[in-house]
Design a protein around this ligand. Structure first.
Ligand code: NAP
Ligand code: MG
Length: 497
């Protein structure tokens, strides 16, 4: 792998006017973990109670590699208990309750999340490695916002789909990934409950901690037992949920490979399915864009959450006439990114979620070097312990390179160029994925025409990675189908006749 010489590092600092780089540093500003509470061991949350499990596995803090707590891995029998609890709660309580009453519970969960926002943010950062700045300012506020937003729809379903009769589906089985653990749980649970369903949720193996806090919140909100059930475990537990005959709807967020397994597994059954899968988003910079703002958008697009973002702007398409300027400014800005302790409020880039993910990033970056792309990495120093990766950018990337085609899911950007808007659109669409894209231009007409030609569920104009509970999110092609957020996100949990 290419490493930079001292000379190259110095020249980047000169470009940036950051000569103080090695001489001056921010004082550490770590968030205190003193007031956070969690158990040393968690089983599952079934029928309103925390129950013991059988086999336990640890979850670690990826920034320190220290064990935080142990979690049980649910087998088929434990998943069956959770599904039965959800079925009984659906038949006996939740489906019979007045929608306005259901709304009160969902609203209460949202309010409790707001009250506990600080604790939830710290735990999310400890368990997953994301910077506290992001869990505090993005993840947890959005989690609360999703519950509050869907609470508002719970008693207005007949107005949501005028002229149609709507009814709930039954028990939803939901499986989520590790990149936005509590936010993905909120995206799944809030619309399901608002539509009148009960749920069995499985968080990812490396980030189960905040899901157990959500379980505590459900208890505190007095949610009727069995309406929300959370089982811990790995892929086998997820498969047991998906394959359980009494699940009526499967909602999955994760990799395209597992999405395909699930789609095959439930083909021919009565189960409804939504899949939110991977992506390889194009962030397109036209020569007439405000370049400094675009560079901020590129940084936000690829380095947010260490690049563990399904809709990351991981393919940068830059118009040829401005590529040198964009790449130079990008390198300067990358040098100022602070990589390190995720609990430090000054940190921009935290820890890679797991050793396995770090190895995957190393492997894909090596393939980029081997295939002939040019690698540039920030000269920052990395902590000695934990899983960290330098902000990286590849130039001289060809469409055929793996780093231009495959999801790296790390802080690694691939830069390609184009000459005309037509070429930009073709290149942007030249991927099996279709989740997200960004367009940067001073011309509104160009922005709208390019946006219309891109096969992606979300297209941002002169911004990137903006989310709102009222705005639907989801993919085309191998990025999956179905939408989360907004009215579109309610529909997959309803029978609309
Ligand atoms: P993953 O391996 O597909 O895992 C996702 C979840 O599925 C985890 O809870 C996992 O359990 C579970 N699982 C694994 N095998 C399963 C099986 N055979 N049946 C049922 N469940 C199974 O994905 P990941 O690597 O954790 O997450 C990263 C991926 O998620 C990326 O591709 C990213 O793009 C995608 N993602 C998409 C969106 C979106 O909205 N489109 C959002 C976030 C992430 P374990 O805990 O054992 O892994
Ligand atoms: Mg963890």
């Amino acid at each position: 792998m290419t490493t930079k010489t001292q000379e190259e590092k110095a020249s980047t600092r000169d470009m940036a006017g950051l000569l103080f780089g090695d001489l001056w540093d921010y004082a550490p500003a770590p968030e205190s973990t003193e007031h956070v509470r969690y158990a040393q061991r968690y089983g599952h949350f079934i029928n309103g109670q925390f129950v013991d499990g059988k086999d336990y596995f640890p979850t670690i803090n990826p920034a320190t590699e220290e064990v935080i707590a142990e979690f049980a891995a649910a087998d088929e029998a434990e998943v069956d208990r959770a599904v039965q609890a959800a079925r009984n709660a659906y038949d006996g309580v939740w489906s019979k309750m007045k929608p306005a009453e259901r709304a009160k519970y969902i609203y209460r969960i949202g309010r409790l999340i707001q009250e506990k926002a600080r604790e939830l943010s710290i735990l999310e950062t400890m368990d997953g490695g994301k910077p506290i700045r992001e869990s505090r300012d993005v993840d947890v506020p959005l989690v609360a916002a999703h519950f509050l937003y869907y609470a508002g729809w719970a008693d207005k379903l007949q107005y949501a789909f005028p002229g149609a009769r709507v009814s709930s589906l039954g028990v939803a089985g939901q499986v989520i990934p590790w990149n936005f653990p509590l936010l993905m749980a909120a995206w799944k649970v809030a619309p399901a409950l608002a539509a009148g369903n009960t749920v069995v949720l499985k968080p990812a193996e490396t980030t189960p901690l905040t899901a157990m806090k959500l379980a505590e919140i459900c208890q505190e909100a007095d949610l009727p037992p069995g309406v929300v059930n959370i089982v811990n475990g790995a892929g086998r537990t997820g498969a047991a949920i998906v394959n359980h005959p009494q699940i009526d709807k499967v909602a999955f967020t994760g990799s395209t490979d597992v999405g395909k397994i699930i789609q095959r597994a439930i083909a021919g059954t009565h189960k409804r399915l939504t899949l939110e899968l991977g992506g390889k988003g194009a962030n397109i910079i036209f020569e007439d864009a405000a370049i400094d703002q675009a560079v901020e958008g590129i940084i936000q697009g690829i380095f947010f959450n260490q690049g563990h973002v399904c809709c990351a702007g991981s393919r940068l398409l830059v118009q040829e006439s401005v590529v040198d300027e964009v790449v130079q400014k990008l390198r300067i800005r990358m040098e100022s990114l602070r990589v390190g302790d995720p609990l430090d409020k000054n940190t921009d880039i935290g820890a890679i979620n797991s050793r396995a993910q770090l190895e995957k990033i190393h492997e894909l970056v090596q393939s980029g070097v081997d295939e002939g792309a040019k690698l540039y990495q920030s000269s920052c120093s990395l902590p000695e312990r934990g899983f960290f990766y330098r902000p990286s950018v590849f130039t001289e990337v060809a469409q055929s390179h793996r780093i231009a085609q495959e999801e790296i899911f790390g802080p690694v950007l691939s830069v390609l160029t184009f000459r005309t808007p037509e070429e930009a659109m073709k290149k942007a669409n030249n991927t099996p994925y279709g989740l997200s894209a960004g367009i940067w231009s001073d011309k509104g007409s160009k922005l709208f025409s390019v946006a219309g030609a891109i096969r992606a569920g979300v297209v941002w104009g002169n911004t990137y990675n903006q989310f709102d509970p009222a705005s639907p999110f989801g993919g085309y092609k191998e990025s999956g189908f179905g939408r989360e957020g907004g009215l579109h996100g309610l529909k997959p949990y309803l029978e609309v006749r």
